[in-house]
Design a binder for this molecule. Structure first.
Ligand SMILES: Cc1cc2nc3c(=O)[nH]c(=O)nc-3n(C[C@H](O)[C@H](O)[C@H](O)COP(=O)(O)O)c2cc1C
Length: 387
């Protein structure tokens, strides 16, 4: 068993183990991938303030997110097709999250269904909905999430149409993979992945197939998004979704202070400052760079979470110190899932937790709740370089 000390170690194993089509699906941004890259490199621009001789005993990373207690303020982000990164991947990730004490968010575009997760876990999980044209299907998704006792609804608001990701088109991304000469050649080198996949029946979009009408090719993400997503989404429809769910609603994909104010106005309980991991508007600023402006606009009136670019506990700490109350990790847990299944997701969470805890201590803090701007050293123009 190789020694895994950082998220990058999991990524290396993941790359070897999983078919190229699915590695590329995760490890890509839209168009030039500028925003995808900036999401990580902007975290590197932020430095930490070292303090010494502060009592570091009895530290805690425990935190509340949307009213619930967790082991640390880190949730697993909704990620489509996890069941193609590893057989029954969503069940494995949900189990790892439950054991660790952090929320798991199931994507609409998962392979395992809402009911699969509910029957394989006991902790309530969060469910993510995309905003789809088919209102009947949306109503049924809400009802299924309620029946499964999901404790929060995450509404993703930054994907009315899909940003183009070149690699997915070139690879002919589909679930399960279509057999072409090049995909067969690649699959032949992924024996462990293939053997596991042969043992599960879960290989299609579990929340969609058999539930949604008029989706002609349920294996194809591209055709599903082209047909099913609602390009005419407006704030009234988001307000209506808010009304329909009688629990916490988290709007994911807010990147502008004006949209953050609108989220507050429609009654969301929390927002996730996010650019979808650089997969939608290439050229948008990174989430971490937009966070200070959004905190100034709404930070004391709504719970602000952040994702996009987090690869370490240090990154989590930086987001918290800039005011976020929670964070989400996407690729950081997908690398673990693809590398080692449930154990890999657990390892990703352990790595991030240890980095967060140790870094917090070296900054002279004992409680994540006390992290603040005073722990950071920022370039003077960090939040204002682009206007
Ligand atoms: C492979 C992949 C699939 C994703 N699928 C979804 C999805 O189905 N729903 C959603 O709201 N966000 C989706 N996202 C975005 C994530 O929820 C999250 O915003 C993003 O991964 C955060 O960036 P990070 O990967 O740098 O942590 C996906 C991201 C990746 C990498």
């Amino acid at each position: 068993m190789p020694k895994i000390t950082e998220i990058e170690d999991l990524k290396r194993i993941y790359k070897r183990r999983v078919p190229k089509m699915f590695y590329d699906y995760a490890e890509t941004g839209s168009w030039t991938e500028q925003t995808f890259r900036d999401n990580c490199s902007d975290f590197d621009e932020i430095r930490l303030r070292q303090r010494i001789a502060v009592d570091m005993d009895n530290r805690t990373t425990k935190a509340k997110m949307v009213g619930q207690d967790y082991a640390m303020p880190v949730a697993l982000a909704p990620v489509g097709l996890c069941g193609m990164q590893s057989a029954d991947g969503e069940i494995k990730a949900a189990r790892a999250a439950e054991k660790f004490g952090v929320p798991f968010t199931l994507s609409t575009l998962s392979i395992c269904s809402i009911e699969d997760i509910a029957s394989h876990t006991s902790a309530p999980f969060w469910f993510q909905v995309y905003t789809l044209r088919d209102d009947d299907f949306m109503q049924r998704l809400f009802a299924r999430a309620k029946d499964a006792k999901c404790s929060a609804l995450v509404i993703t608001v930054d994907l009315q149409i899909m940003g183009q990701r070149h690699k997915d088109i070139k690879n002919g991304l589909s679930a399960p993979p279509k057999l072409t000469p090049s995909s067969i050649l690649n699959l032949a080198t992924k024996v462990g992945w293939g053997l596991e996949m042969l043992q599960t029946k879960r290989r299609f979009f579990g929340n969609v197939v058999g539930h949604a009408k008029g989706v002609s090719d349920p294996g194809s993400l591209a055709s599903w998004t082209a047909e099913a997503f609602d390009p005419s989404l407006d704030w009234e429809r988001i307000r209506e979704f808010r009304r329909r769910w009688d629990g916490p609603v988290i709007l994911k994909g807010i990147l502008d202070p004006e949209d953050a104010k609108m989220a507050l106005d429609v009654g969301a309980d929390a927002i996730v400052v996010s650019n979808h991991g650089g997969r939608q508007l290439d050229g948008a600023l990174s989430s971490i760079r937009m966070l200070p402006q959004i905190m100034d606009a709404v930070g004391d009136r709504i719970e602000v979470h952040l994702d996009s670019g987090i690869r370490s506990g240090q990154d989590v700490l930086k987001a918290l110190a800039l005011g976020a109350k929670g964070t989400m990790i996407g690729r950081a847990f997908v690398y673990g899932l693809g590398a080692m299944g449930e154990a890999g997701v657990t390892r990703a969470l352990e790595v991030i937790h240890k980095e967060l805890d140790t870094t917090m201590a070296l900054c002279g803090e004992r409680d994540v709740a006390n992290l603040g701007r005073h722990n950071l050293l920022l370039p003077e123009d960090f939040a204002t370089r682009w206007r």
